[in-house]
Design a protein around this ligand. Structure first.
Ligand code: KG4
Ligand code: ZN
Length: 358
């Protein structure tokens, strides 16, 4: 994060969070202790589904159409005028540039007009710190802890050492886990996004019928790879005449694929746990964390290694503004704020040294 403009330490007023980096438009107001005073999320799924994926132009226009009204609504429900806030945090990266411009400019405008500190929020840091919300971890969640972030756009394992301090232990070398679910869902004729539908289909399938590869399994480190697995499913599907994949075969393919993903994730995570012995908790976030097979396998893995598994409620695993407001609180109470000149950054890795004030 660019050179911090000092905010007053000892935050006492609520913080507004704004999220618009991908296909969820979201706003939330949190009290300094993390209590959610108001929140709203509008998914653009229906706008993008006919195109089989997120269309950046449609996303940006939808954020522009909905965000100002949504922010006014959450402030009204929280019973606050903008001037009564203690700060504004808006996602400034990484993500789709159009949405980042819409959300960060709105946040900066509110901060400027009301002389409030502004936090240029890193979306990934929002995911990383969510589990520290006091009502999620009532006994507190101390640093360091492990974070597995598995969504449609991200697949990485990070050691969270403090606010602004992240050590990447590994990440995908090709597709993100959710992206693999979506691509395989498409191959099996499922609606986009493929993850939830594929999980339902897999429930009636035989995971042992198709012998799919487990990319990188057993290799050192904790990088991930899913594209070879997706290609193996594509080859299996190609053995059927076009449009003639029997339902049971599709279910068996889905189950085989899902089991392979779960085995890859747990194998890589076992390495991450060994790489970071000081971490006593594994936090999982991102849309793929909704998958029951993934959650169950991670719980078993954590138990085997004597560490806790913390999976925030689903609505906070996927994109939301509660996590952005909370990130704002974590930073503002350290006295860290950003310049209104902070530019939106489509690429902004979590391990960037500029997440710490210089
Ligand atoms: O975190 P998220 O809502 O959005 C971003 O990608 O930022 O994650 C969406 C991803 C999609 O790829 C979707 O297919 C996947 O999460 N997903 C799932 C499940 N629910 C959502 N993947 C597997 N099983 C699920 N139940
Ligand atoms: Zn996200």
């Amino acid at each position: 994060m660019a050179a911090g403009q000092q905010a007053a330490p000892g935050l006492t007023a609520p913080v507004l969070g704004i999220e618009s980096s991908c296909d969820e438009t979201a706003a939330a107001v949190l009290a300094p202790d993390g209590t959610v005073l108001a929140e709203a999320v509008l998914s653009q799924l229906a706008d993008h589904a006919p195109h089989g994926g997120v269309v950046p132009e449609i996303a940006a226009r939808a954020h522009l159409a909905h965000l100002p009204g949504m922010v006014a609504d959450v402030l009204a429900r929280a019973g606050l005028r903008p001037s009564e806030l203690g700060g504004v945090a808006a996602t400034t990266g990484p993500g789709l540039i159009g949405g980042l411009i819409v959300g960060s400019c709105l946040g900066k405008g509110i901060a400027l007009a009301n002389r409030l500190p502004f936090v240029a929020a890193n979306h990934l840091e929002g995911h990383a710190l969510t589990a520290r919300l006091p009502w999620i971890a009532p006994d507190g969640l101390d640093f360091p802890y492990l974070l597995l972030l598995v969504s449609g756009g991200h697949c990485q394992c990070v050691l969270v050492e403090g606010v602004g301090r992240y050590r990447r232990l590994g990440g995908t070398i090709d597709d993100a886990a959710g992206e693999a679910f979506d691509k395989v869902g498409k191959l099996l004729g499922l609606p986009w996004p493929g993850g939830p539908a594929l999980e339902r289909l897999a429930a009636s399938g035989d995971p042992a019928r198709f012998a799919f590869p487990r990319p990188l399994k057993g290799r050192p480190g904790c990088d991930f790879s899913f594209s070879g697995l997706k290609t193996a499913v594509a080859q299996a599907v190609a053995a059927y005449p076009a449009g003639a994949l029997p339902l049971q075969d599709a279910a068996d393919l889905a189950a085989g694929f899902q089991t392979a993903v779960v085995e890859c994730l747990t194998d890589r995570l076992a390495h991450a746990i060994a790489m970071a012995p000081a971490a006593r908790t594994l936090v999982v976030a991102g849309g793929v964390a909704a998958n029951t097979a993934v959650r169950t396998a991670l719980a078993t893995l954590a138990a085997r290694h004597g560490i806790a598994l913390l999976a925030p409620p689903l609505r906070l695993c996927t994109d939301n503004a509660v996590m952005i407001a909370w990130l704002g609180i974590e930073r503002l109470r350290l006295g860290w704020a950003d310049s209104l000149a902070a530019a939106p950054r489509p690429r902004w890795p979590l391990e960037s040294p500029d997440l710490l004030p210089r």
